[in-house]
Write a protein that binds this ligand. Structure first.
Ligand SMILES: [Zn+2]
Length: 363
């Protein structure tokens, strides 16, 4: 009997890992595991697991990654499990390898956090650290309000006043941009990109380089949740003007629900986005990276869940009812407990995935 999409979703990282490994084994994939140095909240092992179809010297490589933002991993994992269980790997052309990177930030996935160990946003960590990191004075100004030291009604109301005043003066869009754009000075702050490559960045690049040694074209979907209208899956193609991949990305991924964000080819454009970094590392091989982002709840709800989690890990106690509520709120912010929502995002995931494989096959 065929499974239903909701069976592909897991409640914990451990359950997701088990489902992925079982489905990969049943599908006859080659499996590799890269063990993370730390453990999960139940003492469980953490790993970036890789399932591969096809040869290491394939001229075309199609890849997908789940859990770049750890706690968002439930959707990407479900897509990878479903793709395996529904035997969609049988559609792979002979000259293409397909590589599934499950839980690229396993620490964040297991602890239900957006960030890696060390509070690093993996999607701001792909800078060229041999150059000076960007300075973010506007983030500095807002940091005390974004990350208050006390989590009380009073301190939150005061923080809200500061943020609202900033939005009134500069606009909500600018407030969002300053908050989410990435910063490299506040290790305890939001959207912190770090000062060196994280374990996840190093491991992702090592896996991708091993599997693309002979590649002439590489396409990849990086799954995310928490931005945009509920249930909508938008493809963001992020890179620099002049990247060979971004110039042709529209042909590969199509026009429907695709936003191309090509920055003028300056230094450190996009402040450490993972797919920009992968483009740089794989060059001159054209890379067609796609950040597939699913909307969950309104941005202020997602923000609030992230700020509460940041406070909890800095100042709070993980063994409290408050902590359990924060983690439940985060799960809901990343992967709503709604069958309709999950069916819609799974269907859209398969549509984009299949479009990517066919687009790559046609090159
Ligand atoms: Zn994300």
């Amino acid at each position: 009997m065929a499974n239903a999409p909701h069976d592909y979703f897991s409640i914990t990282y451990g359950a997701a890992r088990e489902k992925f490994l079982t489905a990969a084994e049943n599908a006859g994939a080659a499996i590799g595991s890269h063990t993370h140095p730390l453990k999960g909240p139940s003492g469980e092992a953490l790993a970036l697991d890789v399932a591969t179809f096809g040869h290491l010297d394939a001229p075309k490589v199609f890849a997908t990654m789940s859990a770049t933002h750890g706690g968002e991993g439930f959707v990407g994992s479900a897509a990878q499990v479903g793709w395996l269980e529904e035997n969609r790997w049988r559609d792979r052309p002979d000259d293409m390898a397909v590589v599934l990177l499950h839980a690229v930030n396993p620490h964040g996935f297991a602890w239900r956090r957006r960030v890696t160990e060390g509070n690093v946003d993996l999607n701001r960590n792909f800078l060229d650290f041999s150059e000076p990191v960007p300075e973010k004075p506007e983030y500095e100004e807002l940091h005390p309000a974004l990350c208050p030291e006390d989590w009380t009604d009073e301190s939150l109301a005061s923080a809200e006043q500061t943020l609202q005043a900033y939005a009134d003066k500069h606009g909500q869009k600018k407030l969002n941009r300053v908050t989410m754009g990435g910063q490299f000075s506040r290790t305890d702050g939001l959207f912190y990109g770090g000062t060196a490559p994280t374990w996840s960045r190093t491991t992702i690049l090592s896996v991708l380089k091993t599997h693309t040694a002979a590649a002439q074209h590489v396409a990849l979907i990086d799954f995310h949740t928490g931005l945009g209208p509920s249930g909508h899956g938008e493809c963001y193609i992020v890179g620099n003007e002049g990247d060979p991949g971004i110039e042709r990305a529209g042909d590969l991924w199509g026009a429907d629900g695709v936003t191309i964000m090509a920055a003028p080819g300056g230094r450190q454009a996009h402040d450490g986005y993972n797919l920009t970094g992968i483009t740089r590392e794989l060059a001159p091989v054209p890379f067609y990276g796609n950040t597939l982002e699913f909307g969950t709840h309104p941005l202020e709800i997602v923000y609030q869940a992230l700020r509460a989690d940041n406070w909890l890990h800095l100042h709070g106690d993980l063994n409290t009812n408050f902590a359990r509520k924060v983690k439940d709120d985060l799960k809901e912010a990343f992967c709503p407990d709604s069958e309709t929502w999950r069916e819609a995002v799974y269907a859209r995931s398969m549509e984009v995935w299949s479009r990517g494989i066919h687009g790559l096959a046609g090159l």
